[in-house]
Design a protein around this ligand. Sequence first.
Ligand code: UDP
Length: 258
Amino acid sequence: MGQAVCPETVRLFGMQISRVSMTQAVDTLLTWCASPRDGACKFVVTPNVDHAVMFQERADFRAAYENASLVLADGLPLVISARAFGRNIPERVAGSDVVPAVFAAATQPLRVFLLGAAPGVADEAASRIHAQWPNVRVVGTLSPPLGFDVDPVENARTLAAINAVEHDLLLVGLGAPRQEIWVNKHYRELPSKVAICGGATIDFLAGHRQRSPVWMRRCGLEWLHRVGSEPKRLARRYARDACVFPRLLWREWRHATS
Ligand code: UDP
């Protein structure tokens, strides 16, 4: 894993998952954000079952995981599976939880750039962030057009906009695997100290989408809430995961017992 000082990891479905609690993840991220940059931007990925499935299928996604500095267990099924194989991950550390936790724990000014989500959503997220966490300053927002990552002109424009504003933390909300692949391609050119591949976190911060109730998150049922809120888009994704994930479990079990 990654270019930076990494915590201990646990191997699961081929991924190296960082063995950190929420508190340790927040402390690590704030330390990285407060320290002078040492090498390239450090980036964070947040695996769930869907990532585990994509990890088997896509070399570019695997490469992103290879270079990530922190790999946080976003999905409860990953934590439970790891434990079942005798590999302890302290707890679930979801991207959508760790970002507000970092904001809440910031005691020094923290400069943040929000990349992604639909036009206007990141600005709404910025207003709410400023109201709730006075030490956090959103210094830039950008909603690049769909397909910007495969359009050299739009991609260069996006990189230039991010490079034009000094900041500590880049929150990337482009959806998986696009965000991981994009960050892995460009982390050496980013001015950020840390980039977090955060999926729909910007939407949650803006209040545009609602997280599932806490009890559902604790029971590992957040995915059910998400399918209910976006059935068309997510039903196919979860149906595929439901077919592939048991096979991953079976393979892991055979390796663990052979
Ligand atoms: N998104 C974006 N540009 C794109 C595709 C997606 O900004 O080209 C945003 C989308 O608006 C949403 C976020 O990416 O805010 C991804 O949310 P999603 O629920 O898809 O995250 P995932 O569960 O796939 O990580």
